[in-house]
Ligand binder design. Sequence first.
Ligand SMILES: Nc1ncnc2c1ncn2[C@@H]1O[C@H](COP(=O)(O)OP(=O)(O)O)[C@@H](O)[C@H]1O
Ligand SMILES: [Mg+2]
Length: 391
Amino acid sequence: MLPMSSSQAIIPPARIGIIGGGQLGRMMTQKAKRLGFRVAVLDPSPGSPAGQLADFQITGEFDDGARLHALVERCDLTTYDLEGIDVVALRALEKEGHLIRPSADLLELIQDKFGQRSHLARHGIPQPEFRAIEGEATPEQLAAFGYPLVQKIRRGGYDGRGVALIRGEADHSKLLPGPSYVERLVDIEKELAMIVARSVDGDMKGYALVEMVFDPRANLLEMLLAPARVAPEIAQRAEEIAMATVECLGGVGVFGVELFLSKSGEIVVNEVAPRPHNSGHYTYEACVTSQFEQHIRAVAGLPLGSVEQMRPAAMGNVLGHDEGGAGPPKLDGLAEVLAIPGAMVHIYGKAETRPFRKMGHVTVLGQDLEEARLKALKVKDTLRIRAGEQR
Ligand SMILES: Nc1ncnc2c1ncn2[C@@H]1O[C@H](COP(=O)(O)OP(=O)(O)O)[C@@H](O)[C@H]1O
Ligand SMILES: [Mg+2]
């Protein structure tokens, strides 16, 4: 459907299209539906987590121009829950007058991590030192940049796939093929993140700075603490950097800004996601407006909601257990976890579990952050998803 004018707000019962039917799309769907919107989802897996809740799902790949067209033309507004979408097809749809937010141009900029770094550098955003790699990475190019370094593929990386830590020549066997760039290894004290929303009018709101703790085996978020346990000056500086980052991107929607605090107290931007982010799941229960509702409000041209955090929160992902491989999910320990006051369980409804696959998450609200953290550790030891028998 073609909008009357792109400056007009999209209001219920308009239909919002979501490209990507994973957990982010699922939670966007829940919040969009609460407001009274209708929702359609495009995803390659029939019965995707978001597709289960949407009015309908179109089953297709994210680079299938015909399927993208089929979704967008049936919706008043289209957004997405992942970055790996064919931007040429998206831009063509925009040219036809369809409303896509954030825009195809912005998505294209963010898809290429080197392009993203270059853009932020032009706007003076602090980042690790970085350099382009011409062609395949060679020992000479790496030595010229100096060790230790991090090599990153320019496109398509996620959950640490696409990132290689190269401490010296002995690590050259770990080099990633294809277009990449290198950046300085940061001596990380803490990984931080901030969710920032930007409206159609350029109004911006930032949620509290949060702290991410990573599982070194899988390079996945182990636990998230909101707010971050850092000195007020650090939080303020990080928040300024995150807001400036989203401002210079100029997009519309919710953005997840990942930051590093180095051991020497420096704050740099790692990367930006043009969508709700794992580090903002806690907002679903802990904040007045969740990041998912905020994203819907922003892209629909509606006013942003309050980002106030009502209670300290800890959040842990529920990952597919690494024993037992892949198969239909079997959940253990749910009753014990639901008996913990303040623990809120989200299970995404994925048809198959795999080792370290994100199958759900649990947010724990506490009177204080330490109480929430301790309860979240208990949740982590109690709730298990492993592959069960085929039904
Ligand atoms: N320059 C760096 N210095 C130190 N650690 C890094 C650096 N870049 C990435 N990492 C580590 O690798 C993880 C994944 O890198 P990231 O660029 O965020 O890729 P992904 O898209 O997979 O999330 C980060 O969360 C951080 O732990
Ligand atoms: Mg990352």
